[in-house]
Design a protein around this ligand. Structure first.
Ligand code: FMN
Length: 640
């Protein structure tokens, strides 16, 4: 077993650093080629039976090409275009590489030193129609600043040498030369704030834990990530697991802990596997375990897999879960920094916070402070989803306006749709309307418009989203995930859900909207933990910005977005129906009747509002109620 010394780290950094620089070259050059296949969960889930990595290995071996190395890397971010493959030098990106035929085409193209293939497998800009081959010219990447994701999608996450080659473990080396207090000072001076949602200063949290009485102390990485639509931490753990281990080890050194836990969920098997592998390798190299890098500092890490309850991401519930108890929060104070795991001082930090720690210790607090805003330093990784042309993971400096994310990077809504809001911060976040898309994404600015940073989920909503239905979706989630311990959260969220259901079914009254607002405020102010305190966010923000949609539901029994099924009725336009019978034949519940060649009608009592008739009608004769009234009126007028 080879235990690394400082000299080894320097030697490996030189050797592998050089290789990485070679690999990263932007110019296509003859000679050795690297094919990087995205091994992140998103790309794996949309690929074929065999991963792109396996396909490339097979084809390259079959063709006997020697100067091509295939490397399976972490998430390449532009998830909507996956499975993704990159070719270096050159950084040529291939999209939707799902089958062996495409893999063969790419491998054949390599031999010619002309790696471009057909348009279907390169990025085509949805706004300009331009086909862009090189990653750094693609708007999705061009507007990002990658520090946390800098290695993700570029290095082999199972190789400690590649991690060291990209600067890894020099943060720990520097930390071990400082006193723990100096390390805490450095993190405090960097301005780093927790990326798990609340934005608490990391240096301050560490200071409290360092000063707290009680031994042993613990540090925990929170990789629970239960927000619907969020997968930043998963990609970070899958793509750069050594960075998390290094960050947690530095945290352990700073607060005086000898044991750390990485808490993730069983639904993240690949992340857990890669992190466990990295722990094993780090131990073999003397970067974890007894006398790290030959110093007096000893530290060990264990991976703990939770069962996937959203509330277990809350720090006190997470601690209970590790202790083998039901994952339920408890009142604070005492805060975990004073009384945490097994009643001992414990620091809990989000995965991304700890990955920032490793970088800050490597490059210094001043470097970090130069990124972001004065009060929100550094970058943040977001998961962009919803009504967007391009979606996936993005990293931008804090303070970047929302519109850069949704318009410049994600290229806006697909053709024919118009964005109206983004839902930020997960189930406890808020909806920010398009009027506020100029707002910078930092902790304070988002709060001022009724949203929160949360852990980084961003869902874009267009005109086809009903904001009452969106609020109901998130309340349903938090209602189901409530641990049931405190009354406001347990009963209040059920009551809020019932009111929202009434409204979306057209049975709501004006008083219901008022009651909903009051109840949301009570749940927010009186719940025991962050789940209940923030769960009303989607309701309160939609009531602030989209009250007209609520009122349309209660006063006119209309859903402007035509989403709420009980408020939708399908009609057949008499002048457009040709009696072709296609709708009747396709209706799954036989709700449509009419003789061939004659006008057909829909029985509203039988109709289940599945929309099949509208989708199959070749004459656009089936319409929803609003359109029926509008077009019927136009028709009437045209007849006079
Ligand atoms: C219901 C609920 C769920 C949470 N889920 C997570 C989570 O999945 N990951 C996370 O880092 N923090 C989560 N938090 C916040 C944690 O309680 C805690 O503040 C955070 O892990 C601290 O790390 P940080 O200071 O690095 O942000 C959650 C909080 C609540 C109330």
């Amino acid at each position: 077993m080879e235990r690394y010394t400082e000299k080894d780290l320097i030697r490996i950094r030189e050797e592998y650093g050089r290789r990485l620089e070679e690999r990263k070259k932007r110019k296509i050059e003859p000679g050795k080629k690297y094919i990087l296949t995205c091994g992140g969960t998103s790309c794996l889930s949309i690929g074929g039976e065999k991963s792109t990595y396996e396909l490339f290995k097979k084809v390259v071996a079959e063709k006997g090409i020697e100067d091509v190395e295939v490397i399976n890397v972490g998430c390449m971010r532009m998830c909507s275009e996956g499975p993704l493959v990159a070719l270096y030098p050159g950084g040529v990106l291939y999209t939707r590489v799902k089958d062996e035929e495409t893999v063969r085409t790419i491998v054949d193209a390599l031999k010619e030193d002309n790696p471009y293939i057909d348009e279907d497998h390169h990025y085509k800009d949805p706004l300009t129609g331009e086909v862009i081959h090189h990653m750094w010219e693609i708007p999705f990447f061009k507007y990002q600043e990658s520090i946390i994701l800098g290695r993700v999608g570029l290095i082999d996450p199972t190789s400690i040498e590649e991690y060291i080659g990209a600067g890894g473990y020099f943060g720990l080396l520097r930390a071990l030369r400082m006193t723990p207090q100096e390390v805490i000072e450095e993190i405090y001076n960097s301005g780093l704030r927790g990326r798990g949602g609340a934005g608490f200063p990391t240096g301050l949290k560490w200071k409290f834990a360092r000063q707290a009485q009680g031994e042993p102390k613990y540090v925990i990485a929170n990789g629970d990530e239960g927000d619907p639509g969020a997968y930043m931490n998963r990609a970070e753990m899958e793509g750069d697991p050594f960075a998390l281990i290094e960050g947690l080890t530095i945290a352990g050194y700073a607060v005086g802990a000898s044991k750390g836990y990485i808490y993730t969920r069983a639904e993240y098997p690949l992340a857990a596997e890669l992190v466990e592998h990295a722990i094993q390798v780090a131990k073999e190299k003397g970067l974890l375990g007894q006398n790290i890098l030959g110093t007096d500092f000893s530290f060990d890490i264990e991976v703990f897999k939770g069962a996937g309850a959203f509330v277990c991401g809350e720090e006190t519930a997470l601690i209970a879960s590790i202790e083998g108890k039901a994952g339920r929060p408890r009142p604070r104070p005492p805060f975990p920094a004073q009384k945490g795991l097994w009643g001992r001082p414990t620091v809990i930090n989000n995965v991304e916070t700890l990955m920032n720690v490793a970088l800050i210790m490597e490059r210094g607090a001043e470097w970090f402070k130069g990124i972001g805003t004065q009060k929100s330093t550094g970058t943040k990784v977001f998961a962009l989803a919803g009504s967007l042309n391009v979606s996936g993971l993005v990293e931008v400096p804090l303070g970047t306006p929302i519109k850069v994310l949704v318009e410049d990077i994600a290229r806006g809504a697909p053709q024919g749709h118009t964005l109206k809001a983004v839902q930020m911060g997960g189930p406890s976040g808020g909806c920010v309307p398009i009027e506020h898309f100029d707002v910078g994404i930092d902790y304070e600015s988002l709060r001022s418009v009724g949203a929160i940073m949360g852990s980084g989920g961003v869902i874009a909503l267009d005109e086809s989203s009903c904001m009452v239905d969106v609020a109901k979706f998130f309340i349903e989630f938090t209602k189901n995930e409530s641990c049931g311990q405190c009354t406001p959260c347990r009963d209040g969220l059920v009551e809020m859900y019932d009111i929202l259901t009434r409204i979306t079914e057209g049975k709501g009254k004006r008083e219901d909207v008022e009651k909903l607002e009051k109840l949301a405020t009570v749940v927010k102010n009186t719940s025991l933990c962050g789940l209940g305190q923030t769960a009303p966010g989607p309701v309160l923000s939609t009531l602030t910005y989209f009250k007209d949609e609520y009122m349309e539901h209660v006063e006119n029994k209309r859903c402007p977005a035509k989403v709420c099924l009980p408020l939708i009725e399908y009609y057949i336009l008499p002048y457009a129906c040709k009696g072709c019978t296609i709708c009747a034949k396709n209706c799954p519940v036989n709700a449509i009747s009419g003789d061939p060649g004659k006008l057909h009608t829909i029985d509203p009592e039988v109709c289940i509002k599945c929309g099949t008739c509208m989708a199959v009608c070749p004459f656009d004769a089936v319409v929803k109620k609003d359109a029926y009234e509008e077009r019927g009126e136009l028709y009437e007028r045209s007849q006079h």
